[in-house]
Design a protein around this ligand. Structure first.
Ligand SMILES: Cc1cc2nc3c(=O)[nH]c(=O)nc-3n(C[C@H](O)[C@H](O)[C@H](O)COP(=O)(O)OP(=O)(O)OC[C@H]3O[C@@H](n4cnc5c(N)ncnc54)[C@H](O)[C@@H]3O)c2cc1C
Length: 338
């Protein structure tokens, strides 16, 4: 396992959902050297993967905001102080390693950090994978579970599989990039925003309901797919250059349960400062078993602010707990006095 440089972070935030993102902002405000790690290739946690197109009505200051727009704002706010952000990396182990030094092992390497804020929500998200011939072999060779760059689909004949917001969003979003788009869904009901479904049918996308992906063909790159109609058994082979599978996500609390932290059901026990049972390790958001447990974005924001300010005093015992008022800072948060 490789060590990612010799840096020692003041705080490492595990999870880039709303709690982790707001924590990253606050850690920047407090002048801490910050690392944020998320298992997904995108930030936003549940908002990004489970309900990007839904309106949220209970975030203070926003009478109504689309989940994906809230994520965009949170990312803009969190990145002002340029924290290090590592995506597609799951934290697999946490080991205290001396005075104010914790080693974090991830699926890609190791980090040293003085303190940790676990904002891991319901666990690390991973896409549901499809177990059909050719899919695993051609993953990232034309078969994708995420759109990392629209350019990847430029001029391609694209098959999208799925019936949720993401499937429809990408069918609409990649319209001007891909050469052609076929969307297959195993049912005739979509789990998506009504307006998007209407737009989908009005778009040039070839929408096929009751069809499933049976096989992906190609040597080193996707060349064709076989799809099957689950009502009639009819099979069709279609020439394709790319396949985008949007089949939902599963969350895995997995490794966190084995780090030696006190648990309460599927959450981490915390005190009033959101410290867990291990010195230097804090938790906020859905994963924190606070005395009053309300799994809401607004609650996670408050917990993140308390936890990060407590972490500041843990890392630097001379620092004040109260961060001062952000409105009184004349400079960007990165340059704010701490
Ligand atoms: C359909 C739906 C609608 C909702 N609507 C609302 C609403 O209207 N208002 C409201 O307040 N709340 C709503 N919620 C709840 C809200 O989304 C959650 O309370 C919120 O997302 C919790 O934020 P979080 O940052 O604690 O965790 P999450 O959003 O779960 O983010 C945690 C992140 O941590 C990452 N992670 C976990 N473990 C690891 C690891 N080991 N290594 C690396 N990364 C890891 C995950 O990949 C994930 O990205 C809704 C939830 C759902 C499912």
């Amino acid at each position: 396992m490789s060590e990612m440089g010799n840096e020692i972070y003041d705080v490492t935030i595990i999870g880039g959902g709303p709690a982790g993102l707001f924590a990253a902002f606050y850690a920047g405000l407090r002048g801490m050297k910050t690392l944020l790690v998320d298992a997904l290739p995108e930030l936003g946690g549940q908002l990004a993967v489970l309900y990007p197109e839904k309106y949220i009505y209970d975030v203070p200051g926003f009478p109504k905001i689309l989940a994906k727009d809230l994520v965009k704002n949170l990312v803009e706010q969190a990145t002002q102080s340029e924290p290090t952000i590592r995506l597609e990396e799951q934290v697999t182990n946490l080991v205290p390693n001396g005075d104010k030094q914790i080693t974090l092992a991830t699926t890609r390497g190791e980090y040293q950090t003085k303190a940790v804020l676990i904002a891991a929500g319901v666990g690390a998200f991973a896409p549901n994978k499809l177990d059909a011939p050719g899919v695993a072999r051609l993953e990232n060779k034309g078969v994708f579970y995420f759109v990392r760059s629209k350019a990847e689909f430029a001029g391609k004949n694209l098959l999208i599989v799925g019936g949720g917001d993401s499937a429809i969003d990408w069918a609409l979003n990649l319209q001007d990039t891909a050469k052609s788009i076929t969307l297959i869904h195993r049912r005739d009901q979509f789990r998506a925003h009504e307006g998007s479904i209407k737009d989908l049918y009005a778009s040039p996308t070839n929408v096929l309901t009751f069809w499933e992906l049976k096989e992906v063909h190609g040597e080193n790159q996707v060349e064709a797919v076989t799809i099957v109609n689950n009502q009639t058994g009819e099979e069709r082979e279609l020439p394709m250059d790319a396949v985008l599978l949007t089949l939902g996500f599963k969350a895995d609390m997995g490794p966190i349960k084995n780090w030696g932290l006190s648990l309460e059901k599927r959450s981490l026990k915390v005190d009033g400062k959101f410290a867990t049972s291990m010195p230097g390790v804090y938790a906020a958001g859905d994963i924190a078993a606070a005395e009053v447990k309300l799994d809401l974005i607004a609650v996670g924001f408050g917990q993140a602010a308390v936890a990060v300010n407590a972490i500041k005093t843990y890392v630097d015992p001379k620092a004040r707990l109260f961060p001062g008022h952000s409105s009184e800072k004349s400079e960007a948060p990165a340059k704010a006095a701490v």
